[in-house]
Design a protein around this ligand. Structure first.
Ligand SMILES: C[S@@+](CC[C@H](N)C(=O)[O-])C[C@H]1O[C@@H](n2cnc3c(N)ncnc32)[C@H](O)[C@@H]1O
Length: 243
């Protein structure tokens, strides 16, 4: 997508509406992650508005974050408990908090927001840098084939159809670069707005290799936060990496 700037894809407009509809996995994710925050601390890469960090903090975990979008962090800060979360504004593939944690985590398909293989490897390296020696890096993301199929790499989907608002998701996938270019288009009586995003889709196997470059290995993989077995029917995975 020409002139697409990842740093702007979660700007003021997206940030303002980000918390309008909950994804629904917040409590399950926090319960899962709390089990790995052994000394009571954790670092979230791409912490956003604190959707997962805040329920995790409510369990007594000190959560720090790294986040590219100041607008998303502004919304985190506006929440009462959000003031207690330390956030470094920067890129999760390179920014540092200068301490180590038993748990570093990256959820909601956000590993895909890094658009080159090098940046995705650097993300694993940065997670390893922030882990204590028995710490774990937990990544939750979709399987590429759950989003695109080889015979239908381009699509238009109705995201919602209301009386006064219609949302369309328009996308095109390039299997050579593994980049999925998407635009969420919203039609209302006030006009049309667009939210472009580009993702680099990677398989669990590619992630396992990236982890090895960072000195990490896959410890366990589940199909969801409830620890269902990962199998041929899985549409997403929760993968746990350690040294
Ligand atoms: C789908 S949201 C997820 C936010 C939060 N983790 C959650 O689960 O709600 C993706 C977030 O990743 C952030 N992001 C994208 N690329 C990033 C990068 N390279 N480094 C840090 N944050 C990034 C975006 O600004 C946005 O806040």
């Amino acid at each position: 997508m020409k002139d697409f700037d990842p740093a702007k894809s979660f700007g003021p407009d997206v940030a303002a509406h980000y918390d309008d509809d909950e994804r629904g996995d917040e409590e399950d994710a926090a319960a899962f992650l709390a089990e790995y925050a052994k000394d009571g601390s954790a670092l979230e890469f791409a912490i956003g508005t604190g959707r997962i960090a805040l329920p995790l903090a409510a369990k007594g975990i000190q959560v720090d974050g790294i986040e590219l979008s100041p607008d998303m962090v502004e919304h985190l800060r506006a929440k009462p408990e959000g003031q207690f979360i330390n956030v470094v504004i920067g890129d999760m593939s390179s920014a540092r908090t200068d301490r180590q944690y038993p748990l570093v985590y990256l959820v909601y398909n956000t590993i895909f927001n890094l658009l080159t293989v090098d940046d995705q490897i650097r993300c694993f390296e940065n997670a390893a840098r922030h882990l204590t020696k028995d710490g774990v890096f937990v990544v939750e993301t979709a399987l590429p084939h759950a989003w695109i199929s080889p015979d239908r790499p381009d699509y238009i989907r109705a995201e919602y159809v209301g009386k006064e608002t219609v949302g369309l998701d328009v996308a095109r996938y390039d299997p050579v670069t593994q980049l999925l270019e998407e635009n969420h288009i919203r039609f209302t009586s006030q006009g049309i707005s667009m939210s472009p995003i580009v993702c680099r889709l990677i398989t669990p196997g590619e992630m396992d290799l990236m982890a090895r470059f960072a000195g990490l290995r896959l410890i366990q993989r589940f199909a969801n936060w409830q620890r269902s077995p990962f199998d041929i029917h899985s549409k997403m995975h929760v993968s746990i990496y350690g040294f």
